[in-house]
Every structure is written in C-alpha cells, then in structure tokens.
Design a protein around this ligand. Structure first.
Ligand SMILES: [Mg+2]
Length: 259
C-alpha cells in the first residue's frame, strides 16, 4: 500500500465513478459528518458517479438511494440494490425469487443453530431489517470473544453458507453475493457499464474485511487509515486520516487531480 498522495492525475482522470463503504469509511462510529457528506457532492461535481456499497440492511439502501447524490445503494454485502426509477426508489429484481425463498428458509435454520450453540453472539440491532443475510454484533455495541466468533464461522461454513465480517458485524448468508459482484451487477444494469471496463473505471474506498472482494476486484482501491483485516489483495492506496475524514481526504485528492 502506498500513500494516497502517490495517486497519479492520469489514474484519477480516467475514473468514471466511486464506490464507497459506509461504516468506518464514510461514517465515524455510525455518524455522518458534514465533511464526509459534502465530499460526495464535490465528487459528483467533478463528473464522478457514486454508489454506496455496504453490509447494512436493505432498509438503509431504500433511504440512501432516495436522499443521497448516488446512482444506487448496494446493501447486504451485494445482495440487494436500490435505485431511482423516475421519482420512485425501486429494488432491482433478485435474480431468482424461488431460490431467494429457499435461501431464506435455510438461513433461518442456520441462525437458529447459531443462537443455540453460540448464545454469547447477539443479533445486530438491524438484523430484522434484512432480506438476504443475518448479522451478529461483533464490535458495534458488543465485543464477543474471538473464540465464539470462530465457532460461529465454523458452524456457518459447515452449512455451506457464505460469511463475511465488517468492523461491526458478522454476516451470514446463502445469497452468494459479495460487495464486488453486487456492485458490478448495479454498474451493468444501472450505469450501462461493461463489467471488465468498470473494474478499471470505478474506484473503491473501504476499511475492513467485508471490503476484501472490492479491494481484490477493482484497480483503483483506497483504504482509510483505520483499515483493518486480512486481505488477499490490500487496497493500493491509504489515506492519512481515519474514517469520514479519510473519505473526505480521498475525495479532495481525486477532485484536485481531475481539475
Ligand atoms: Mg466498513
């Protein structure tokens, strides 16, 4: 990883948009600062498309797509996409509704088993707002020990489910999406992007384990200074500031290099 100050003007000028994580990237311990929110408008004014890509529930996506200057909001780690269709906010149809229904039933059985075998793990307070995944609090308000988290991950893997961990939540799901597959689906369907070209033309900004797929997939990747987790391919650039201030720093750098 190199300091963000090493990003070239040519690379910044080549970009068509920015994908960004929410918790501990745009948000500071859940709070949206004026600097971070304002940075979204500066990015848009410099000609960049914007898309939120988060592990938060679909209910957040509905609100973000309605209110923020974004093309779409990808939630539940890639499984759900909300966007404007005229004045309305709509959800992109799931690829296979029958499969989604079967996945929901399997997920309910897995969650019941996790609650029984790892009682120390508590659902996140937004677990009830989710369509495709289920989440346990592993750092937002509670700090379960690592052995309990590892036990939950082992049970999840034995069920053949997908799991991923952010700075706040452990996600379990049978949907099979990750942030990169969800973002690419949104870019193809809503921005008319070719998937291969999009990997080089959209930057990604994130901070933790559930951002790994996007750090690995996209070419221009930026971690905020509080970056944590193990990555097969870490982000190429790192900001000096943490979380929302780091996002604002990334935005200011991109805007300056593009003008
Ligand atoms: Mg995050």
């Amino acid at each position: 990883m190199t300091p963000l100050s090493r990003l070239s003007a040519a690379e910044a000028q080549h970009l068509r948009g920015v994908l960004f994580d929410l918790d501990d990237t745009l948000l500071d311990a859940g709070a949206l600062t004026e600097a971070a929110y304002g940075a979204l408008f500066r990015l848009r004014e410099s000609g960049l498309g914007l898309m939120a890509v988060t592990g938060r529930p679909s209910s957040w996506g509905k609100l973000i797509a309605r209110q923020w200057p974004v093309l779409a909001a990808v939630t539940e780690n890639g499984a759900v996409i909300h966007h404007h269709d005229g004045a309305r906010v709509v959800q992109l149809p799931s690829r296979d509704e029958a499969q989604a229904t079967r996945n929901a039933a399997r997920l309910a059985r897995l969650v019941a088993e996790l609650r029984r075998h790892v009682p120390a793990l508590q659902p996140s307070d937004d677990a009830g707002e989710r369509l495709g995944d289920y989440t346990f609090d592993v750092g937002e308000y509670r700090q379960p020990n690592e052995a309990e988290i590892a036990r939950a991950i082992a049970i999840t893997a034995a069920h053949g489910a997908y799991w991923v961990r952010s700075s706040v939540h452990l996600h379990v799901s049978f949907e099979g999406d990750d942030k990169a597959s969800g973002a690419l689906r949104a870019l193809q369907r809503l921005a008319g992007e070719d998937a291969t070209r999009a990997l080089g033309a959209w930057a990604f900004i994130g901070d933790s384990g559930n951002d790994a797929a996007c750090f690995a997939a996209f070419h221009t990747t930026i971690g905020v200074a509080n970056l944590r987790g193990r990555f097969s391919r870490p982000p190429r650039f790192l900001t000096r500031a943490r979380a929302g201030a780091g996002f604002a720093e990334a935005a200011a750098t991109l805007v300056r290099l593009r003008t």
